[in-house]
Design a protein around this ligand. Sequence first.
Ligand code: GLN
Length: 394
Amino acid sequence: MLHNFVAPYDAHVIQQFKAAGMPSLGKTNMDEFAMGSSNETSYFGPVKNPWNPAYVPGGSSGGAAACVAARMAPAATGTDTGGSIRQPAALCGITGLKPTYGLVSRYGMIAFASSLDQAGPMAPSAEDCALLLNVMTGFDARDSTCLDRAKEDYTRDLDKPLAGLRVGLPKEFFAEGLNNEVAAAVETAVAELKKLGATTIEISLANSKLAIPVYYVLAPAEASSNLSRFDGVRYGYRAPEYGNLDDMYCKTRAQGFGAEVKRRILIGAYVLSHGYYDAYYLQAQKIRRLIADDFREAFKTCDVILGPTAPGTAFKLGEKSDDPVEMYLNDLYTIPANLAGLPGMSLPCGFDSKGLPIGLQLVGDYFSEAKMLNVAHQYQQVTSWHSRQPEGLL
Ligand code: GLN
C-alpha cells in the first residue's frame, strides 16, 4: 500500500532527532503496518536475524533490531503496539524500551491501534536508550494523547545503586509455555540483581492470560478503522484498472494489503459490527481494565516487574508463518503492558544453546522509565550480554 511512499513531512520524533543533530540514515524493513512478530509479513520480504540468517529477527520492528544488532547503525526507533520494540530487541540481543503510553508523540506515525501504539528507542545499551528517550519525549499538541508533562532527564538515575529495589516476579510469566533455556537465563539475571541489593517478591497478574485474546479483539478493531484511510484516493497505492468508485476501493484494498493486514481488518470489522460489538469489543475493553488493575495492585508491593520478554528465542524463518495463532502467542508477555499503557523494556540476558539471544523484560509503573533504565544500566555494568556482537558481519 505504501511501498514507495515518501512522507511529505517529518514525524514529531524525527523532527526532535534532527533538531538534536542526529541524522537519519534510512528507513528499515518491518512487518506490514506493524502487524507481525517475525518480519515475515513485510511486502519487501523477511529480515534475517544477524545472529543466524536462518532465523527471524522478531517483529514488527525486526529491521530496526537487526540493524542495531549488526551495528549498521548505533540506534533505531520502533513502535510498540503489542511488543514490536521489545520482542525484536529480545530476539536480536539489543535493548529496547516502550515508554508509558502518551509520553512520545505519535504525530507522523502510521496508526495501527491508536490506544496502544507508542514509539521508543532501540540501541545496544540502556544508557543509549536513555539518551534517545531524552530527545524523543516532550509535549506535542498535534497528538491529542500526548501528555503535557515537564521534560525529564532519563539518564539522571542510571548510576543509582539498586539496594532496596523490590523486584516483582509474576508467577504467570514463569509458567507453562516458557522455554527452559529462557527461564534459566532470566533466573540467573534475577540472581545478579539480588547481588546488587535487590529483593524479589512473587506477584500475580491473574488476568494477563487473557491479554492475547483481548489484544486480538481490540487491536484489529482499531486497525480496521485506522486503515480505512487507505482507499486509493488520499495517498498510497491505487489499483491501475477499475470500473466505478466502489470497484476502485475494492481493487485498491484487495491488491494493496497483504494477507495478515486483511485478516486483521476482517476481525476488526467483525468485532465492531452490530450484534457482535457487545460480545467481543465491549467485553475485551472490560478485561483490559482488569489487566491494568492487576498491575496497579502489583505496584503496591514492588518497584519493577521482571520476567522473560518472549516465551522462546528466535524461531526459523517459515516455522510459524502458516499458523497465525502460534505466531500471536509470541507476544504473551509483552502485550499486557500495552493494554495497561505501562512502560516496558527488553534487555539481553544471555544466549541459548543455538547461540541465539535471550531477552529479559522489565515492566514499570507509569512514568518510571528512569527507574527501569537505572535497573537495566546497573545490570549492564556487571554483565556483558548487551555488548556482544554477531560475528562475520562487518
Ligand atoms: N506482534 C504483535 C502484532 O502482530 C504486535 C505488533 C506491534 O507491536 N506493532 O500485532
